[in-house]
Design a protein around this ligand. Structure first.
Ligand code: ZN
Length: 147
């Protein structure tokens, strides 16, 4: 477990310092959603360009703690180029992983997010970006909250 925790902290720090797809407002955005975690004050807007069922481009903006920022960064990196079905499937797996319903979900490098289990009060920080993704895929241009 301590290896996972070290790796977790390393990845979170890296993605928080240098978030991927941050402040990117892609031309042709046709899906967006806004996510808010009142427990921590994390707040992000997510922009997607979906063409022919494929997520062609993605960007996010907003402010949040290191965990929420890193999770959003990892999420945008993971879904770019994926089909909507693949993104939904990934949402399901990550959701189960973060809620500890299925610890063995195969999510590749995103498995590092399970390190948040060492900090139970921060789980909602980690899930926020994924709920926002789900809302954006559903074309619900609305605010989702973790509460
Ligand atoms: Zn947070």
């Amino acid at each position: 477990m301590s290896d996972l925790r070290d790796l977790y902290e390393e990845v979170i720090l890296d993605h928080n310092r240098n978030p991927r797809n941050f402040l990117n407002k892609p031309d042709g955005t046709n899906r967006k959603a806004h996510g808010f975690n009142p427990l921590c004050g994390d707040e992000f807007a997510l922009h997607l360009v979906v063409e022919d069922g494929i997520i062609k481009d993605v960007g996010f903006e907003g402010t949040g703690c290191a965990i929420s920022t890193a999770s959003a960064s990892l999420m945008t990196e993971a879904i770019k180029g994926k089909t909507e079905e693949e993104a939904y499937a990934l949402f399901d797996k990550i959701h189960k992983l973060l809620l500890q319903e299925d610890r063995s979900a195969d999510v590749g490098k995103l498995a590092v997010l399970a390190g948040v289990h060492a900090y139970p009060t921060r789980v909602k920080c980690a899930t926020l970006a994924w709920h926002t993704l789900h809302a954006a895929l559903e074309s619900e241009n609305k605010t989702v909250t973790t509460e």
